[in-house]
Design a protein around this ligand. Structure first.
Ligand code: NAD
Length: 427
């Protein structure tokens, strides 16, 4: 029933939710596309949407069915690329939006990929490790008809990690009859994973934040930073900002919100090594209400949890000068307008969190050539790519007097639609 509902809302055009946020972002860029606007509808139609039923036998002997998705939004510039999310709120509409943002993101940093995304509607915390493995393997087998190193390459996202990627790679390879490490990225290092991949997204948030802060004349040493989401992206970004002397004044995860005017120690001794398992309640600070997080006095705000968190009402209360979108789609379109009116600069998700897919690209290239790079090489290449991409976007935004988000979409959509135009329509 839910699947039907989400499908219909897509067909009939829902007016809220991440897909509608994405559509309104595309609409803002169309007037700037010139002759390429003829092809812009391509961006509003996912190329392929796959819904799969995933039956598994639970530890108590019962059989449960889960719903899974894989969406390939656009493949004009290369194979699909995008993570897999395990979360109780996953829906077709959400996965479509996340896949579309991947199309824009890979084009914004000029990687030879299209955009895709996947997910399973499940709370993984309620599953045993055995059930989680079965769920992952059956899901991989079901979407096996559309994924592959040359056609669509999944990666980790919310609640998925290197272990899950290892199971996905193994299942795909078992079905194929030989080992195909390049089918997923974000794998363990000894299975063809890349050094620096785990921290790449948070590092990218830091790099784009460092560049934007430099342009605003904001010194990172002593800057006050508030971070929502303390998993792979949020915890890494918080650590990197702290490492250059910024004060992490507030941190929030699903369960806990902490505040400390003098800065929270985000790297306590004996910390959990798996970034995905980090918890705010393992840190020290004053517990505050969830809503008070948005009122904390700060210079930099990093939403790094889920989409739709920054509403117009919250945007009116934000004190930061700079918002770094670690998460995908954290800011609603109305909130974007409020932040712009208030002179608060937003570094949009499609460039801010592009570090992950950039090092995923490095991993895919290394797997193909079976030749692996050092972590220093990877971090240096990542830095270079993001600095250059942001510089071009910044110049475009200034020359056209548009927001960084619209400039990023413009840069990306020109590349995607140029590819569409040059390839032409078949038949
Ligand atoms: P994760 O599972 O490692 O961590 C998610 C964090 O968000 C956890 O701390 C969780 O407790 C917290 N959270 C969840 N719901 C929340 C809520 N309502 N309020 C406050 N905190 C909440 O996930 P991640 O990989 O760090 O992904 C975070 C965001 O970054 C997502 O939007 C994801 O799509 C995006 N992203 C991730 C990657 C990547 O490489 N992992 C790449 C690009 C973008």
């Amino acid at each position: 029933m839910t699947t039907l509902g989400t499908s219909l809302s897509y067909v009939t055009g829902s007016t809220s939710g991440p897909w509608s946020t994405y559509l309104s972002q595309v609409d803002r860029v169309i007037p700037h596309l010139g002759g390429l606007a003829r092809w812009a509808d391509t961006l509003k139609h996912p190329k392929r949407t796959l819904i799969v039923d995933i039956p598994i036998e639970m530890d108590d002997g019962t059989v449960r069915h889960f719903e899974g998705f894989r969406v390939q939004h656009n493949l004009s510039r290369g194979p699909g690329k995008g993570g897999v999310r395990y979360h109780p709120a996953v829906s077709l509409e959400e996965v479509m939006a996340l896949a579309a943002w991947m199309t824009v993101k890979t084009a914004a940093v000029n990687l030879p990929f299209g955009g895709a995304k996947g997910g399973i509607r499940v709370d993984p915390a309620t599953l045993s490790p055995n059930e989680l493995e079965k769920l992952t393997r059956r899901y991989t087998s079901e979407i096996g008809v559309v994924i592959g190193p040359q056609n669509d390459i999944p990666a980790p996202d919310v609640n998925t990690n290197a272990q899950i990627m290892a199971w996905m790679m193994d299942t795909y390879s078992q079905n194929l009859g030989f080992t195909a490490t390049g089918v997923v990225t974000g794998k363990p290092i000894h299975l063809g994973g890349s050094l620096g991949r785990v921290t790449a997204t948070g590092r990218g948030v830091f790099v784009t934040g460092r560049e934007a802060a430099g342009r605003l004349g904001l010194d990172l040493a002593g800057a006050r930073v508030a971070v929502q989401g303390f998993g792979n992206v949020g915890a890494t970004a918080a650590e990197l900002f702290a490492s250059v002397g910024a004060k992490i004044v507030a941190v929030q995860d699903e369960r806990t919100t902490l505040f400390d005017d003098n800065g929270i120690n985000v790297t306590p001794a004996g910390r959990e090594p798996d970034l995905k398992a980090r918890r705010v309640d393992h840190l020290r600070g004053e517990a505050i209400s969830r809503e008070a997080f948005w009122d904390v006095a700060c210079d930099i705000l990093v939403p790094a949890a889920l989409e739709g968190q920054l509403t117009a009402e919250r945007a009116r209360r934000v004190t930061a000068k700079l918002v770094l979108e670690g998460a995908n789609g954290p800011t609603l379109p109305e909130a974007d307008d409020v932040l712009a009116e208030r002179g608060i600069l937003v570094v949009p998700d499609v460039i801010c969190n592009a570090g992950g897919v950039t090092v995923s690209y490095f991993e895919w290239v290394q797997d193909f050539s079976s030749f692996f790079w050092t972590e220093d090489e990877i971090n240096a290449r990542l830095d270079r790519i993001l600095v250059e991409a942001l510089r071009r976007i910044w110049d475009l935004a200034e020359s056209k007097r548009i927001s960084l988000r619209t400039a990023t979409f413009l840069q990306a959509c020109e590349r995607i639609l140029m590819a569409r135009q040059e390839r032409g329509l078949y038949p």
